[in-house]
Design a protein around this ligand. Structure first.
Ligand code: URP
Ligand code: ZN
Ligand code: ZN
Length: 470
């Protein structure tokens, strides 16, 4: 089956160029200057008119948590609902976090994640591995996963003592291992030991509302942990290091300094840290703020974090926008923390909205069109060893393509979203622009306002080593 996408403007990191795209089966077969394909006798089974629209590589969301166990419950999206919602929003690849719980064999944790995902995904997917217990066996498993499973990135936590937390010695050992086998260490950088003291003191004082989740996780403790991790990575042998869900100016400053020194230190941020605040969302009246409890927390409105994060996206000190999609319903899940914010499951659901939300940076002049594509698709693919199969519109690449209409508008609402979530962290957000058509490996999974994909279309991606080192 051949599909010709005509009249659109193909956008990549190097520019926006009017181009027609020929898809043959699951891959991109050729690119043509406008009109050349039709006058040159290219025969297609189907022609899709993209006049006036952008044609961009499918989004690559490298930070999702389908069914993550957290706080006595599980993230409410499974791989079927979560990947379907992702497709609706123009994301055609996710990298989810398989979990090794403390005391569990790494390969068992991975097998459980394959069982959750296999046959259920609407789009292609890969895994990182959360290391919940770094010991001799787990370190050996890291080699095995890199060599045999296509898992080349490992997340460690400086937060959540007693759950996923690793101490500095464990972190150093995992970094040394990564420095040997070429893996990328992904870091949740918050000083969890200090945070737990502040949180216990707040609860003892009777400060139990959701806003205290943010107040007891100050940005200085994200900055401190970020700096400590960059030092540990240097000592471990200049291990490549990628900070997840960066929210704080102090943390970004440490990344910028390390990068300025030529180090392979990278970071992502998420839409919630670009738009939402401690006062406006987390501090909503009553228990409402629980909807926005995530770690790191939303930051105070009058501090410079959001502006600094946008600047970081422009300068590449922030290389990627992911979602940290980790949805918990308000009813029965977020409600577990009524009367004690420390019991609210941590996470926000955004997998459906990342392309739209980052595009608002383009619509408002904060980000170039090219950086939109680069931070949401091309760099995530390169960072995590998927390029050029993913992340680019080029002959030979998978035909993961989004036709994006910059002239349409939408409003985000729980009433219309496709995530398995009883509320939206983005309720009422007006979006300039709209995902029009989404191809996943040549199949139009979203078109004409309807979903045409299926669970099981998505394939597991064995990833290579990071391609973003300098
Ligand atoms: O609040 C969050 N971020 N939940 C998901 C787990 C994590 O730390 O990424
Ligand atoms: Zn995290
Ligand atoms: Zn996460």
């Amino acid at each position: 089956m051949k599909t010709l996408i005509t009249g659109g403007t193909v956008v990549g990191p190097l520019g926006a160029v009017p181009t027609d795209v020929l898809v043959d089966g699951e891959t991109i077969a050729a690119l043509y200057a406008p009109g050349v394909a039709s006058t040159g006798g290219v025969v297609a089974d189907k022609v899709v008119d993209a006049t006036g629209k952008y044609v961009v590589p499918g989004g690559v969301d490298v930070h999702t948590h389908m069914k993550l166990p957290f706080g006595g419950t599980f993230a409410s999206d499974d791989f079927e609902s979560g990947t379907r919602a992702a497709a609706w929003g123009g994301t055609t690849t996710i990298i989810d976090f398989a979990v090794q719980r403390t005391g569990e064999v790494v390969q068992d944790g991975l097998a459980a994640w394959h069982a959750l995902a296999d046959g259920n995904c609407a789009i292609d997917y890969g895994f990182h591995m959360i290391m919940g217990g770094v010991d001799d066996e787990a370190l050996k498993a890291m080699d095995y996963l890199v060599e045999h499973e296509g898992i080349t990135s490992f997340k460690l936590f400086m937060a959540y003592p007693g759950v996923f937390y690793s101490d500095d010695g464990q972190i150093l050992r995992a970094m040394q291992k990564a420095s040997d086998n070429g893996a990328l260490i992904m870091m949740h950088a918050e000083n969890g030991i200090a945070i737990d003291v502040l949180a216990a003191q707040a609860v003892a004082r009777g400060d139990t509302d959701p806003v205290f989740h943010g107040i007891t996780r100050p940005s200085a403790l994200e900055g401190e942990a970020t700096h400590r991790a960059t030092v540990l990575a240097q000592v471990a042998g200049n291990t490549p290091l990628y900070f997840v869900h960066m929210s704080a100016s102090e943390a970004l400053a440490h990344v910028s300094a390390a990068r300025g020194a030529g180090r392979n230190v990278f970071a992502e941020t998420c839409p919630q840290y670009l738009y939402l605040t401690l006062e406006d969302q987390l501090g909503a009246p009553g228990f409402e703020g629980a909807k926005w409890v995530a770690s790191p927390p939303l930051r105070p409105r009058d501090e410079p974090h959001r502006d600094d994060l946008w600047r970081g996206l422009r300068t590449d000190d922030l290389a990627v926008v992911s979602t940290d999609h980790c949805p918990f319903c308000f009813k029965d899940q977020k409600e577990l923390g009524r009367g004690d914010f420390t019991k609210i499951p941590n996470g926000i659901g955004t997998v459906e909205h990342r392309m739209d939300l980052v595009y608002q940076g383009v619509a408002t002049g904060r980000l170039s069109l090219e950086r939109w594509v680069e931070t949401c698709s091309t760099t995530p693919a390169r960072m995590f060893g998927l390029y050029p199969k993913k992340g680019v519109i080029a002959p030979g690449s998978d035909a993961d393509i989004v036709i994006y209409d910059p002239n349409a508008t939408t409003t985000i609402s729980a009433a219309t979203h496709h995530m398995n979530l009883d509320h939206s962290a983005w309720e009422g957000f007006e979006i300039a622009g709209k995902v029009d058509t989404v191809f996943s490996r040549g199949t139009a999974v979203v078109a004409g306002g309807a979903f045409h994909g299926r669970a099981g279309h998505g394939q597991y991606l064995r990833r290579g080593l990071t391609q973003y080192l300098r």
